[in-house]
Design a protein around this ligand. Structure first.
Ligand code: JCF
Length: 672
């Protein structure tokens, strides 16, 4: 071999190797200057000896002359799309469907991987050399974007071979072309500076860049490719999808580092949780997790229906926001008289939940966001729970939208609505406002308060409207005859309600104090107050200063408690509750042994108390609440929809407690 030929070949190999270290492994071995020096040397030599230029030379990545149009490429094996799952049930059903189809109850292994939000492509390698690359197109035929793909540095122009394993004569590789978030932002920054339009999102930017007829433009766009599968591979078969991924890595492709092999569908769900947790910190956008049957033999038996494989599913992350329109803004009166504007919207689904209302909090909030009736708005679930309007899509305005004005009179009782100095909210100050009374009674009867079964909003509304009930104390003197004849109220249901009301007299005083609905007195504060003043009648006389002296009781709570018991009508009501036989004294605090040295970790949503309350319970008994599960964790308490900590606990064999198990453990640490 002549000198230039040998040197050119060496340079190519060295540069390709450094490309691989830099773009695929993200672990460069040389600095930019060294790399540039090698690259220029190769360019110079190839300039002098144009006959020696080969298609796998790194100099061929810079872009070719513009095309008039893309050629088309037929995929030897159609590129299928994925069916979607939006919740756990649909994933469980996916697993069941597979077992039904296979007529087997054997556990199915899966591989879970982040689902990249980009463009699917296929690359064909003949004798190890990159030959043709195409977009997915309609799944059968796509566009020939070979020149453009060649500019992506993480795509090997020649497959790497590992010792002793020959490269198959034909290899088709599939993957997703993406643009990273950082690169996307930087690209947009430069475009705006140059007076060009911005790309809406990384996916659009990647698509626009890949579908350039002038590949020298693509060459300047920071694209990347992650590979996740193969098409035709001649002369090599795979036993598992995991094996496919490992082999792709070995050939020099970038394979996502967060792919996980999972022993069963539960494991795949755990991987989903974990990957969702990584989402914000990844430099590329993902919109779900792809779950695939690991065994290729099973994949082949399962086949496909309507252009999606039966052996794979895209478990989508819940959409974070959606667009809808505001039909009406209602003023709602709450338990404390706060008059809150609520937007009524065309229903939309967010994380599988139908959303048709969102609180707008107060007049200022509406003005700040400039929300009007008739507006098109973007809604999301704040912290993924409470629906809120993020913003108005002003471009959609027709001019017919109507601004909202807080009514001057309470929509429930017609009393004036006032806005107190320094407060953002408007209030109806009529203490006997029926809307407030109904909400107060509803709270009193609710599950975690006095738990009066059957006393729902509709019934309460009738009782108040008919004048049968004015305060919660009236509930206890209700007679069945008074109920009969109300909407859908026959003798039997009337009897049930009366007896539920009577049974509630046995409830402990902590529930009563919470049930009274004193502002700022939740379940936890109720306990704090009763700890020091177990007798409600004593608590009624305690001053604001004395209350504030208690641990955890601040001026707001103290004022609110004082204010509540300061009202004669409230003291009368308590007197009547006592008369009918409701307990007014909390049993003396039990003697505590303790949970000293024990560590609890909570995961999922608890029903009976908040996580903060549960952690306080543990702390008050000398235990500790940890935030992550390790071998040193004594218990993991699992609520509904637990996260990865649950999986971790199973893995480490840490004892797992349900909410009631937890209560039992806590109660066992008291001795009577
Ligand atoms: O990341 C993706 N968007 C992605 C798409 C990943 C995969 O493993 C896929 C895919 C589309 C089809 N697998 C198939 C079979």
């Amino acid at each position: 071999m002549s000198y230039p030929q040998k040197r050119i070949q060496d340079l190519r190999e060295i540069i390709n190797f450094h490309n691989y270290r830099y773009y695929v492994l993200d672990d460069p071995e040389v600095d930019d200057q060294e790399y540039d020096r090698l690259f220029r040397e190769l360019q110079d030599l190839e300039g002098k000896y144009p006959d020696l230029v080969t298609p796998d030379s790194p100099t061929q990545r810079v872009g070719a002359p513009p095309l008039r149009e893309f050629g088309s490429v037929t995929h030897a094996i159609p590129m299928l799309s994925l069916g979607n799952a939006f919740d756990v049930e649909e994933v469980v059903e996916f697993d069941r469907r597979i077992k039904r189809f296979l007529k087997s109850e054997d556990v199915v292994e899966y591989v879970a991987e982040p689902k990249l939000d980009g463009l699917a492509v296929e690359l064909v390698y003949r004798d190890g050399l990159f030959e043709v690359g195409s977009t997915r197109g309609d799944g059968f035929t796509g566009e020939d974007v070979t020149q453009n793909l060649k500019t992506i540095r993480s795509i090997p122009l020649r497959l790497l071979s590992t010792k002793n394993v020959p490269i198959p004569p034909v290899v088709e590789v599939r993957g997703e072309v993406i643009m990273g978030k950082k690169a996307f932002n930087e690209l947009n920054r430069i475009r705006v500076e140059a007076g060009e339009s911005r790309f809406a999102n990384p996916r659009n930017a990647a698509a626009g860049s890949l579908r350039q007829l002038d590949s020298s433009i693509t060459a300047r766009r920071p694209l990347d490719l992650f590979c996740y599968g193969v098409g035709v591979v001649e002369g090599r078969s795979f036993s598992t999808h995991w094996d496919v991924l490992q082999t792709l890595g070995g050939w020099g492709f970038k394979v996502n580092s967060h792919v996980r092999a999972c022993r069963d569908i539960r494991g795949a769900m755990g991987a989903y949780q974990d990957i969702e947790g990584l989402r914000e910190n990844l430099d590329y956008e993902i919109d779900g997790v792809v779950i695939k049957v690991n065994s290729i033999a099973l994949q082949n038996r399962l086949g496909a229906v309507s252009r999606s494989p039966r052996w794979a599913i895209a478990y989508k992350f819940s959409p974070r926001q959606a667009t809808t329109t505001v039909i009406e803004i209602k003023a709602q009166v709450g338990r404390t008289g706060a008059v809150t504007p609520v937007a009524v919207m065309n229903p939309v689904f967010l994380s599988g939940v139908r959303i048709s209302r969102a609180t707008l909090h107060n007049q200022d909030e509406i003005e700040k966001k400039e929300i009007r009736v008739g507006d098109t708005v973007i809604v999301r679930r704040a912290g993924d729970v409470i629906p809120e309007i993020v913003c108005v899509v002003k471009e959609k305005r027709t001019g017919k939208e109507i601004p909202f004005l807080m009514p001057a009179k309470c929509p429930a009782c017609g009393s004036p609505v006032v806005r107190l100095e320094g407060e953002a909210i408007h209030r109806c100050i009529n203490v006997s406002c029926p809307a407030q009374v109904k909400k107060t009674i509803g709270h009193f009867a609710s599950k975690r308060a006095m738990d009066i079964d059957g006393l729902g909003d509709k019934l309460i509304s009738q009782l108040v409207d008919k004048g049968l009930v004015r305060t919660v104390a009236d509930l206890y003197t209700l007679k069945a005859e008074e109920l009969i004849g109300l909407d859908r109220m026959a003798a039997k249901s009337a009897g049930n309600i009366i007896s539920a009301v009577q049974t509630s007299k046995q409830k402990e005083t902590d529930r009563l104090l919470y049930a009274l609905g004193i502002r700022h007195v939740g379940e936890h504060v109720a306990h704090v107050l009763l700890d020091r003043y177990p007798d409600i009648e004593e608590l009624m006389g305690v001053s604001e200063e004395e209350l504030m002296a208690l641990d955890e009781i601040g001026p707001e709570v103290a004022r609110s408690v004082r204010c509540f018991f300061g009202l004669e009508s409230n003291r009368d009501m308590i007197g009547r509750l006592k008369q009918v036989g409701i307990k007014m004294v909390f049993p003396k605090k039990a003697q505590r042994t303790d949970l000293r040295g024990k560590t609890f970790v909570f995961t999922g949503t608890l029903q009976r108390f908040s996580r903060a309350e549960a952690e306080k319970m543990v702390a008050s008994l000398g235990g500790k609440a940890g935030s992550s599960v390790s071998k040193r964790t004594d218990y993991v308490v699992v609520g509904s929809e637990p996260g990865s900590k649950y999986v971790m606990a199973q893995k480490l064999g840490v004892p797992i407690l349900s909410e009631s198990d937890f209560l039992a453990v806590v109660n066992a640490s008291f001795t009577a």
